[in-house]
Design a protein around this ligand. Structure first.
Ligand code: THU
Length: 141
């Protein structure tokens, strides 16, 4: 996996962030296991709660095109007027959406500041003991 390229894609995705209320701009780049990349940005709303995070935008674009196998996501974000960006970790709702489609031990979450500076975590590290599809599997007694 080319982490630098994925980080660059997330920076490009951030260009389209629609953030008239928070002025906090986020970009995400979601990598499928077969090498495709889906970009997402946060999209805010005057009613506030319909706001969609960058990560979920990327996931919903991908899933709506038939993708279900994901390897990694790069995320970059920060306040519009911030000089230096900090790591932007995904919110709990986005972690839950990742849990639906990704293997927690192997799915990689890249928290990027730029293509040179990033941290890599697994979904399990950010969302330990998360509830997912496996919890709804019926077990044979
Ligand atoms: N946001 C994201 O897009 N992703 C995150 O990981 C954290 C938060 C957005 C939602 C909202 O538009 C703004 O950042 C401030 O919360």
């Amino acid at each position: 996996m080319d982490i630098k390229k994925l980080a660059q894609e997330s920076i490009a995705a951030k260009e389209f962030a629609y953030t008239p209320y928070s002025h906090f701009r986020v970009g995400a780049a979601l990598l499928t296991k077969d090498g495709r990349i889906y970009r997402g940005c946060n999209i805010e709303n005057a009613a506030y709660t319909p706001t969609n995070c960058a990560e979920r935008t990327a996931f919903f674009k991908a899933v709506s095109e038939g993708e279900h196998n994901f390897a990694a996501i790069a995320i970059v974000g920060g306040a519009e007027d911030a000089g230096q960006l900090d790591y932007c970790a995904p919110c709990g709702v986005c972690r839950q959406v990742m849990m639906e489609f990704c293997q927690p031990e192997t799915f990689q979450i890249i928290l990027a500041v730029d293509e040179e500076n990033y941290k890599v975590c697994s979904l399990w590290e950010l969302f330990p003991f998360g509830f997912g599809p496996d919890n709804l599997q019926e077990r044979d007694e």
